[in-house]
Structures are given as structure tokens and as C-alpha cells.
Design a protein around this ligand. Sequence first.
Ligand SMILES: C[S@@+](CC[C@H](N)C(=O)[O-])C[C@H]1O[C@@H](n2cnc3c(N)ncnc32)[C@H](O)[C@@H]1O
Length: 214
Amino acid sequence: MVDLGSGAGLDVLRAARAVGPHGHAVGVDLTQEMVALARRNAAALGAANARFVVGELEALPLPDGFADVVVSNCVVNLVPDKAQAFREAHRVLRPGGRLVVSDVVAHRAVPPGVREDPQAWSACVAGAVSLPEYFRLLAEAGFHAAEVLEESQVECGGPWRVSLRSVTLRARKPSVRPPSACPRDPCAGRTARCSRCYNRLDAAPGRPNHGLPV
Ligand SMILES: C[S@@+](CC[C@H](N)C(=O)[O-])C[C@H]1O[C@@H](n2cnc3c(N)ncnc32)[C@H](O)[C@@H]1O
């Protein structure tokens, strides 16, 4: 698993225990200081399968299809380019992998004055987007089946009086390639498969996911 914005590393250390000695948990964080702290915490616990790397959500230092699961807690709101962060999460997930994100969302668009206030950014207020916007960004990055797993009480957003709540969302990277990957004529290169091609691939013995490679 990969934790985006891993901070002191506590979620990575929990995951490292959960995945067992043959699994790996990797934390990515923007600052060298947090990565150093997380590494000290991992060493103190003897968590040999936990690793921490410096990197940005918008340019993850990880290969394509690296992770079964990507998680993140209270970080996406801090990222100005959320669309790019979700594209990167999608890239590093294996097909069929899942993304689970906890974050604050705003009930309404955050007013421009608050958006420009650096203190409101560091308080996790200025960068909050609405839930529909969150779903839109996830879908545009290629995720599907996005759903809210948990939702907390409304928070008032401190002196900025922005109405916020905490949500935990789950979304999946599809395990089937898009229809344009239909491998043979007559559908190759098209944006949708004809029913003949769809049925032929779907019926192919021993080939789950409609016969397309995953
Ligand atoms: C509010 S803390 C949350 C830490 C951790 N996820 C937790 O639940 O304790 C936000 C963390 O995200 C990191 N962060 C903020 N923006 C980031 C970015 N663009 N790329 C990577 N990490 C980022 C910060 O350095 C900080 O450690």
C-alpha cells in the first residue's frame, strides 16, 4: 500500500503490520523532516517492511501499477492541483486497485478571500472542495465506483466560518482497460465495442474481465 502525505508515518506503520512480512507499506511526503521522523518511528518499531520517500502527490516517485491500495488522510485539501494528484494516484495503482481518502470537504465553494489566505490553507480550510467536485475529479482521473464510506459532523472552519465536514471516500481503478483497448477487429481502435466482439471476449474460456488483459 501507499500512503499519500504520510506525515509521521503512523498509518503506514499500521498498514505495515496489517500486510505482513511479505507486503510493503510506503509513505510519501513533501517534507524531508516528516520523512525523517517517520523513518525514526519505523526504526523504533522495527517495521522492516515500511518505507518512506520524499515526494509530491502531484509527481509521485513510484512506478506505474505499483500499489494494491492507495490511502491518504487529510492531505488532498492541501494540494492546489487535486486533478493531477488523483491522476498520479490512479497511475501508481494496479488495475482493480482501490483508493481510500479521508479529507475535509466544503458544503459550498470556499470564498475567494479565504482561498488566498495562507493560514486558511494550513488550517485545511482554503483548499477544501465540495463533495460533487471531489467525485468529478476522481472520475476525470479514471476512478469509478466512488462512494462515501463515512461522514463526520459538520465543522465550522474556524474564524473563516466555512462550513466543512470530514468524509472518507473509496474509489476503484477499473480492472478492464477502456473499450478502445479492444484487441481485435472489428472493434479495434473504436471507443465502444460492438455486442458481437463484447460477447466473444466475454465468453472466452478462462479469461475474466471480458478477455482483456489486466
Ligand atoms: C495534515 S498532515 C497529515 C499527515 C498524515 N496523513 C496523518 O494522517 O497524520 C499533512 C501532511 O501532508 C504533507 N503534504 C502536504 N502537501 C503535500 C504534497 N503536495 N505532497 C506530499 N505531501 C504533502 C505534509 O507535509 C504533511 O505531512
